[in-house]
Design a protein around this ligand. Structure first.
Ligand code: G4P
Length: 537
């Protein structure tokens, strides 16, 4: 069994793609599935954006909007590897779920539009990965059309994200005259052949080394010379390739390509699988690390999706396996409730379908039916281990609203619903002192979460909401050695003092300017982006 476990770990890759909307994440995901043989004609994943719903036909709101509200997991095999792609929602559906999904990954692929460079959402997600020291692989997309100079893009990564880049391949021909890529680690050139299928099928390519006369001839003098100059410059002035730095998230291997036309996708996939980390050890509450090779099963829950099937009110909890082997029908110890629980109907998400899973290994994600006892960040393990993984970070909400039930007779359902959604981690709940429990303040990361809140309270708890969005966009947890200072926070005229569910004081303000106003007036008080007792993300 040990041998089997080691083998499975060695060949597993679990990663998330981080990007700004429209950089091409859906397209790239689809192409990876195409090369992995999980789909045969590109276009099927994309369809979920229009009106066909294959994978995530779970909530009415998704159907109405043609988007997937919560992240899903796609799995495929390639060249002996088992690949798990964690899908990070990125459009209006950007939410804490997006951040939390990154907790389940061992590495991230940062997808950048060649013409646009580093965009705001990429930046936010990058920092979450970076603070966890996740290895980050960069794919510069859309090279089939006008793009910025690749040297500029490398510069931007360094200036904006403070990460050095090592281009593994280098584009030959830019501005839409893309011919292929040069692989610096292997000194080989791959030239692409147009096949007229516009990316629906895998691309054919011709390969050769830089000094191969056939390749020189195919490129023409100008392109050939430019390429030689670029490579010389990179070799002289660029970083050396250092796997340790990559593993610490200090150096990002960089690839160029075009997901739409498939240029460079296969080369990227192969190198990525070779260089990216297998399932990594995970930190426990007591500060020690748990290695995936530990034969006893362990996992943590990173996402809860309620009512995937509206016909029967179900909740599915998604867990990332951290060690040992998962067997269908097994019972595990749930730390938070101190109970042994049988995991019911475990499911895996193979490309487009949900299937019942018989066995799963570290790095895999499975979803189980949950009677309502699991919470985000909960630990599950073999009864011999009874372990607890470190707490999930708290992500600062950016959008706030005051909510109360329209009909005060529905107060009970309303409170139950709010509690449930806060347990799922869909919203953060705050209370304002002195106004009683008439209303709550909810905080979210993405605006769609407010719509989801309204919809779900209505549909699942038959509680109509009165909701008032508040003009705040910044939350800071307030902390002071001298507790008396907290009774008299100055300069709050443009803000609001509330308490989180652990009774910790939090101020909400309009913008950084108002925050600075308060900072200046309250020496001795710290205003933190996350609670003082939670690890900073
Ligand atoms: P997202 O999931 O990151 O939001 O991006 P998505 O894949 O949906 O891609 C956004 C747009 O960029 C799409 O165009 C897509 O076709 C295009 N795109 C993706 N990769 C490439 C590429 O390598 N080159 C070029 N030129 N375009 C690319 P759209 O017009 O919004 O949609 P569609 O009509 O093409 O489906």
């Amino acid at each position: 069994m040990m041998e089997e476990l080691l083998e499975k770990i060695e060949k597993r890759r679990t990663f998330a793609i981080i990007s700004h909307p429209d950089a091409g994440k859906t397209t790239l995901t689809e192409k990876l599935l195409l090369y992995g043989g999980a789909i045969h004609l590109a276009g099927s994943v994309k369809a979920r954006k229009s009106n066909k719903h294959a994978v995530s036909d779970w909530m009415e709101i998704e159907k109405q909007r043609g988007i997937s509200v919560t992240s899903s997991v796609l799995q495929f095999d390639y060249d002996g590897y088992r690949v798990n792609i964690l899908d990070t929602p990125g459009h209006q559906d950007f939410s804490e779920d997006t951040y939390r999904t990154l907790m389940a990954a061992d590495s991230a692929v940062m997808l950048i539009d060649a013409a646009k460079g580093v965009e705001p959402q990429t930046k936010k997600l990058f920092w979450v990965c970076h603070r966890r020291h996740l290895p980050i692989f960069t794919f510069v997309n859309k090279l089939d059309r006008y793009g910025r100079n690749p040297f500029d893009l490398m510069d931007e990564l360094e200036k904006v994200l403070h990460i050095r880049a090592y281009p593994i391949n280098w584009p030959i021909g830019i501005d839409g005259h893309y011919k292929g890529v040069y692989n610096r680690l292997e000194n080989s050139i791959e030239l692409f052949e147009e096949d007229g299928s516009h990316g629906a099928k895998k691309l054919k390519s011709t390969t050769g080394s830089l000094d191969d006369p056939k390749i020189q001839e195919l490129l023409g003098d100008e392109l050939y010379e430019n390429l030689c100059n670029d490579i010389e410059l990179l070799d002289m002035a660029g970083d050396e390739f250092d796997m340790e730095k990559v593993n610490n998230g200090e150096l990002t291997p960089m690839f160029f390509g075009s997901a739409m036309t498939n240029f460079g996708v296969q080369a990227f996939l192969e190198k990525f699988l070779e260089l990216s980390p297998k399932p990594q050890p995970r930190k426990l509450q007591d500060g020690t690390m748990l290695v995936p090779e530990n034969e006893e099963f362990s996992a943590f829950i990173f996402k809860i999706q309620a009512n995937m099937n509206p016909a029967h009110r179900d909740r599915i909890s998604f867990m990332r396996i951290c060690s040992g082997v998962f067997d269908k029908g097994m019972s595990v110890y749930h730390k938070q409730s101190n109970k042994v629980i049988k995991l019911a109907q475990p499911q895996q998400f193979l490309a487009q379908e949900r299937t019942i899973v018989e066995k799963a290994y570290p790095g895999d994600i499975i979803g189980v039916f949950d009677p309502g006892i699991f919470g985000i960040g909960d630990s599950l393990s073999d009864s011999k281990l009874k372990l607890q993984f470190e707490d999930f970070p708290v992500f600062p909400p950016e959008i706030f609203a005051r909510v109360q039930p329209k009909d005060s007779l529905k107060r009970k359902q309303f409170e139950k619903g709010i509690l449930q959604l806060s347990q799922e981690g869909a919203i953060q709940v705050f209370e304002q002192k002195g106004v009683g429990l008439e209303s709550f303040i909810v905080g979210v990361v993405g605006v769609l979460q407010l719509e989801v809140l309204e919809y779900r309270l209505n549909n699942e708890y038959s509680a109509h909401l009165l909701m008032n969005q508040l003009p705040y966009s910044v939350a800071r947890w307030v902390y002071a050695e001298d507790k008396k200072l907290l009774d008299n926070i100055k300069g709050l005229d443009n803000g609001m003092l509330v308490y989180d569910k652990k009774e910790r004081p939090v101020i909400l303000v309009n913008n950084e300017w108002s925050l600075n106003w308060i900072l200046d007036r309250n020496p001795g008080i710290q205003f933190l982006t996350v609670p003082a007792d939670v690890e900073k993300i």
